[in-house]
Write a protein that binds this ligand. Structure first.
Ligand code: NAD
Length: 338
C-alpha cells in the first residue's frame, strides 16, 4: 500500500519540492490538496490527477476526517499557522508531517504533540536532512567516534533576502521570528547531530545592519553553546549573509559539510578525504521514511519531540538576546529529541 498525502498550503515549497518529489516516492503519493486559493485547485488537479473529492480549502478542511484516501496531512503553511492545522489534522485522525520550524512557541509544540498523542496518530517533522546520506554520514561519525571526540562544532545557515519586504517570513505575526526561525533551526540541528548531544546552555547576540528592510524580524543572530561533554558550539544564522556550513574539529581529525542544509547537491570533506554520495531528492527520501515509519514500524527519524527541542533552543536564544547576551541554561533532558 502507498499512503495518500495531502499537502496543506501550495506555496513554493509544495510546488517546487514536495509535489515533484511525491511523483517518485515509493511508499506514498500526492492524493489531495488543501488550498486557500481557488485558482490553484484546477491547475493542481490536472497536473497531479487529484480527484475533486480530495481537494479542500481552509474552511472545509476538517471534513477530511471522512476521506479514507488521505492518510497523512503535510502542513506547509507560514509558521504561525502550523499548530492550528496540525491539531486539526490530528483531530481528523490523520498522521501529520509539520514543516520547520514546528511552530512559533514551545507551548504550541506541546499542543501539537498532545493532539497527535490523543488521536493516536504519528507526527513527523519536515526535517529532510535526517533522510539524506551526507547527514547520515555525520551522524555515523558521531555514533562510532570515527574522528574521536568533538571539541568544537560550528554551523552557519543564512541567505540574502532582498526580493520582497512584504513576505510573511519578515512578518513576525506569521513567522514568529526572522532568520533564527527560518534558517536558524538548520544551524541548531547541525550542532546537535554533529555532536550527538543536546546543548546545556546558550548565549546569543543579534546584529542589525538593515533595519529598514528587516523591520519586524531578526536579521542576523550568533549563538554559542556548551555541551555536557565539554564540546563548544557556535552558530550564525542570517537573512542578510549567505552561508551554509557545518564544521567539526575532533581529537582525531575534522569533518565538514558545505553546503550542509540546502537542497541537493550537498558536499562534504573530512580530514581523510572527500565525501561523495548519491544526490537523490531529500524530500522524496524524507516522505518515504515517514511512510515506512507508519507502514512498516521503522523509526521516526524526525519526531515531533525533535521539533519541540529545537523550539526550546530558539526561545532560549531570543531570551538571551533580550537579556543582553546572558547565558541561559537549557535543561533539556539527556537524549530528548535526538
Ligand atoms: P510560501 O510563501 O511560498 O507559501 C506559503 C503558502 O501559504 C502559500 O500557498 C500561501 O497562499 C499560503 N498562506 C496561507 N495563509 C497565508 C498568509 N496569511 N500569508 C502568507 N501565505 C499564506 O512559503 P514556503 O516557502 O512554501 O514555506 C511554507 C512552510 O514550509 C514554512 O513553514 C517554511 O519554513 C517551510 N519550508 C521548509 C523548507 C524545507 O526545506 N524543509 C523549505 C521551504 C519552506
Amino acid at each position: 500500500k502507498k499512503l495518500g498525502i495531502a499537502l496543506v498550503g501550495l506555496g513554493s515549497y509544495s510546488t517546487y519540492q514536495l509535489a515533484p518529489a511525491l511523483l517518485d516516492t515509493e511508499h506514498c503519493y500526492l492524493a489531495g490538496i488543501v488550498t486557500g486559493t481557488p485558482e490553484k485547485e484546477g491547475v493542481w488537479a490536472s497536473k497531479y490527477g487529484i480527484p475533486k473529492e480530495n481537494i479542500y480549502n481552509y474552511q472545509n478542511f476538517d471534513s477530511i476526517k471522512n476521506n479514507p484516501a488521505i492518510d497523512v496531512v503535510y502542513v506547509v503553511l507560514p509558521n504561525s499557522m502550523h499548530a492550528d492545522f496540525c491539531i486539526r489534522a490530528a483531530k481528523a485522525g490523520k498522521h501529520v508531517i509539520c514543516e520547520k520550524p514546528m511552530a512559533v512557541s514551545v507551548t504550541e509544540c506541546d499542543a501539537i504533540i498532545k493532539a497527535c498523542k490523543d488521536a493516536g496518530v504519528k507526527l513527523g517533522m519536515g526535517y529532510r536532512l535526517h533522510s539524506e546520506p551526507y547527514t547520515q554520514e555525520i551522524k555515523k561519525y558521531v555514533r562510532e567516534k570515527t574522528f574521536g571526540n568533538v571539541h568544537y562544532i560550528t554551523a552557519d545557515a543564512g541567505y540574502r533576502s532582498r526580493s520582497n519586504p512584504e513576505q510573511w517570513r519578515l512578518n513576525k505575526a506569521l513567522s514568529g521570528g526572522g532568520a533564527l526561525m527560518n534558517m536558524g533551526v538548520y544551524a541548531i540541528q547541525s550542532v546537535i547531530y554533529g555532536t550527538g548531544e543536546n546543548p546545556v546552555s546558550v548565549s546569543a547576540q543579534e546584529y542589525s545592519t538593515q533595519p529598514d528592510y528587516f523591520k519586524d524580524t531578526d536579521e542576523t543572530i550568533t549563538a554559542q553553546f556548551e555541551f555536557e561533554s565539554g564540546t563548544v558550539g557556535n552558530i550564525m544564522t542570517s537573512h542578510n549573509i549567505r552561508a551554509n556550513r557545518l564544521f567539526a574539529s575532533c581529537d582525531q581529525g575534522w569533518y565538514e559539510l558545505d553546503p550542509a542544509s540546502t537542497y541537493i547537491p550537498l558536499a562534504g570533506r573530512t580530514s581523510r578525504g572527500d565525501l561523495n554520495f548519491p544526490q537523490e531528492s531529500q524530500q522524496k527520501l524524507q516522505m518515504d521514511d515517514f511512510a515506512k515509519h507508519i507502514l512498516l514500524g521503522e523509526p521516526n527519524v524526525a519526531p515531533g519531540e525533535m521539533g519541540r527541542r529545537d523550539m526550546i533552543i530558539v526561545e532560549a536564544i531570543y531570551k538571551s538576546i533580550a537579556l543582553g547576551g546572558q547565558k541561559i541554561q537549557l535543561n533539556i533532558p539527556v537524549g530528548y529529541g535526538l
